[in-house]
Write a protein that binds this ligand. Structure first.
Ligand SMILES: Nc1ncnc2c1ncn2[C@@H]1O[C@H](COP(=O)(O)OP(=O)(O)OP(=O)(O)O)[C@@H](O)[C@H]1O
Ligand SMILES: [Mg+2]
Length: 293
């Protein structure tokens, strides 16, 4: 690796990034290769009773550079799908592939980064120690690690907090640490499970800004789980709507808003409002089905 390529991928603004970008409006580039393929996926959990069907015959593709939101009510199987794609959980039936290689449960794929639903920073490590953890495990030399961590701290708005411990940070700051700990490993496929779910509205918007800035520069291939329609519309290029449990694929929406997007002013546009209410009807039905159970 040259010195220049040692910088965080997120700092690059090269033609290489542009080449793997989808259309400027955020629409999928149909010529782009499929990075994540999910085919006829089923998941049934054994329980003391009859068992739970969490996922029922779900199929979708995510192409290079797409930002896809997996949207659905609580308990519809979103985390279950993501865990299977990440190889953390066996499927009952169906197939998943990353770059056409079948996903093998328990086998780490270095192309894939995962940001978990829960706050998973290590309380005994400082911000720097947390962000640099994966690099340390990978045996990246100290000086290179220091440079990358410094850059990640700057990009994520954590300047001045490098030697702070997580207990002294706000929830939003901890979530930035968790995000950077994954991004610093430069995965070109990102799986994110409601990473901002526990944050208040204002902090969430701040995180959306940070993530949009990084993603619009880098165009990683992203599968982002959420039950927040506003969040899905702000960030994604496409929304896959799941039904209430068992999670089935209900609809697939393009999100054509131009990029770069501003997380705040986008929400004030008529186009945002129109697409919000269009999808809301469909999502609302599933929320009601969840409540009626
Ligand atoms: N290990 C498990 N054993 C039994 N049932 C499980 C297990 N994990 C998940 N489930 C069930 O599978 C269903 C889907 O769970 P999952 O966590 O995927 O939902 P989710 O869509 O991510 O919800 P949320 O938005 O609340 O995070 C739920 O009914 C849940 O109770
Ligand atoms: Mg979940």
């Amino acid at each position: 690796m040259t010195d220049a390529s040692n910088d965080l991928t997120m700092a690059h603004t090269t033609a290489g990034s542009a080449a793997r970008a989808p259309g400027a409006g955020g629409a999928a580039d149909v010529a782009a290769p499929v990075r994540i393929r999910v085919s006829n996926l089923d998941k049934r959990f054994r329980t003391a009773g009859d068992g739970v069907v969490a996922v029922d015959n779900v199929s979708f593709d995510v192409r290079q550079g797409e930002f896809v939101a997996l949207l659905g009510p609580s308990g519809c199987g979103k985390s279950t799908i993501l865990n299977m794609v990440a190889g953390l959980l066996d499927a009952t039936d169906g197939e998943m592939a990353i770059d056409a290689d079948p996903v093998v449960t328990g086998k780490v794929n270095r192309k894939v980064g995962y940001v978990f639903q829960r706050d998973t920073v290590f309380p005994w490590r400082t911000v720097e120690g947390n962000i640099g953890y994966g690099l340390e495990i990978a045996g990246v030399p100290k000086e290179e690690r220091r440079r990358k961590v410094e850059r990640a701290i700057e990009v994520s708005g954590l300047a001045g907090f490098g030697s702070s411990f997580p207990r002294t940070l706000s929830g939003g700051m901890r979530q930035r640490v968790a995000l950077m700990r994954t991004l610093i490993l430069e995965p070109d496929i990102l799986l994110m499970d409601e990473p901002f779910g526990a944050l208040d509205t204002h902090t969430k918007l701040e995180m959306h800004k940070t993530l949009l800035e990084i993603w619009e520069r880098e165009r990683q291939t992203v599968l982002f789980v959420t039950h927040d329609l506003g969040e899905a519309l702000t960030l994604s290029s496409r929304i896959i709507l799941l039904s209430a449990r068992p999670g089935r694929l209900k609809e697939d929406f393009e999100v054509p808003f131009p990029r770069p997007r501003d997380a705040v002013s986008l929400r004030e546009t008529a186009e945002f409002g129109q697409l919000y209410s269009h999808i809301w009807h469909s999502l609302g039905e599933e929320f009601r089905r969840t409540k009626a159970e």
